[in-house]
Design a protein around this ligand. Sequence first.
Ligand SMILES: Cc1cc2nc3c(=O)[nH]c(=O)nc-3n(C[C@H](O)[C@H](O)[C@H](O)COP(=O)(O)OP(=O)(O)OC[C@H]3O[C@@H](n4cnc5c(N)ncnc54)[C@H](O)[C@@H]3O)c2cc1C
Length: 359
Amino acid sequence: MVVGAGIVGSVVAEEARRRAPTAKILLLDAAQAGSGATRYSAALSTPTGATDAHRRLVRRAERWYAELEGSGGPRRRHLITYWVVPESEVDELREEFVSDPPVPVGPADRVRLSATHPDLVVHPDEVLLRSGGVWAGRAAATAQVLATRLNRTGSSGCWEGVRVDDVQPDGDGQVVLTHTGERLRTRHVVLATGAWLASAAGQLGDAGQLYDAERVGWPLRVKKVAALHLARRPAPDDPVVIFCAEDAFLLPLPEQGLTLFSFYCPTWDVCPGRDLMIEPDELAAARAVLAARSPSLVAAVAGGRAAGDGYLPARLPSVVEDPTRPGVIVAGGCSGSGFQLAPALAESALAGLDRFAKD
Ligand SMILES: Cc1cc2nc3c(=O)[nH]c(=O)nc-3n(C[C@H](O)[C@H](O)[C@H](O)COP(=O)(O)OP(=O)(O)OC[C@H]3O[C@@H](n4cnc5c(N)ncnc54)[C@H](O)[C@@H]3O)c2cc1C
């Protein structure tokens, strides 16, 4: 059983379905598949990772989503990308690439960039690089496609609108208690409830905690992740622009007729269950970053999006087994990169269950 049908839970369920096609897999979500942070995700994937461990996860994601697309899953948009990077960090950035290392821009790139962003500011101590290997997916659509596949497979399925209130040990398995009073028996449970895994989430008034974060030693906190919508209608082949110093990027969304400006939002300990908005002080800070990079885009700000995501100190997702409930695996801590890193996280979660089954 998998609790939470965001991108992580959906990918866990899909991986389990592929590995054991005859097993009965139940995916449960309090809302609908593709809700939570997944609903708001920019779903950008860059071929970079700060550490070897991170790069392994990135390589895995690349293969997994390519296979999903090959098997009729949502199509990815491959995007030429310009990186605005401080000169002192160029070597470090190059080392982070797992493929398609960046190259300095040429005259044709400058023409292309000035056609899209005529007033783009690149400081004298910064370098402009170009790379391929970057793509944007569709996070909520992916979760929904995977939930649908489950519904069409044997006795497996996705139950939406069903909240799990508790998981209790029961003989050699678990009993999962839902808000409607059902008691569902299962051998294994993967908890993939995103920001709802944070220990503070229960105290913030959301539906109960499904595990005790302190007991499993998981210092998960919830940070707001946010992006502005810019009323700039992109052309289909407009590039992505990544501002390394600000941890921000401009992503064209031609289907929605918008450009997205993703910015670093340092607001912690938000409540995942509430509809989050970009608050005035956060908007002012984001506009200041945008104004320093492309003054003309500030006038194009037309709303935005925000959600809470679970962060772990190493900024990488992780899997932990609940020490008091053998067979319960907790998978999360996506730290703002959960769309990209869900496949590797799902594999670790299932490896955790394999280990448990052998013990
Ligand atoms: C604006 C924005 C931009 C982003 N951009 C990117 C990006 O470019 N690239 C990238 O890789 N990542 C990006 N992310 C981060 C990424 O979207 C998240 O890391 C990822 O969606 C987390 O997925 P999840 O499945 O762990 O959690 P969620 O998507 O939050 O899903 C958790 C699910 O659990 C359900 N749930 C909770 N409690 C219960 C319960 N008790 N019972 C049943 N169900 C429950 C919820 O309803 C929800 O559907 C972005 C996020 C935001 C908000």
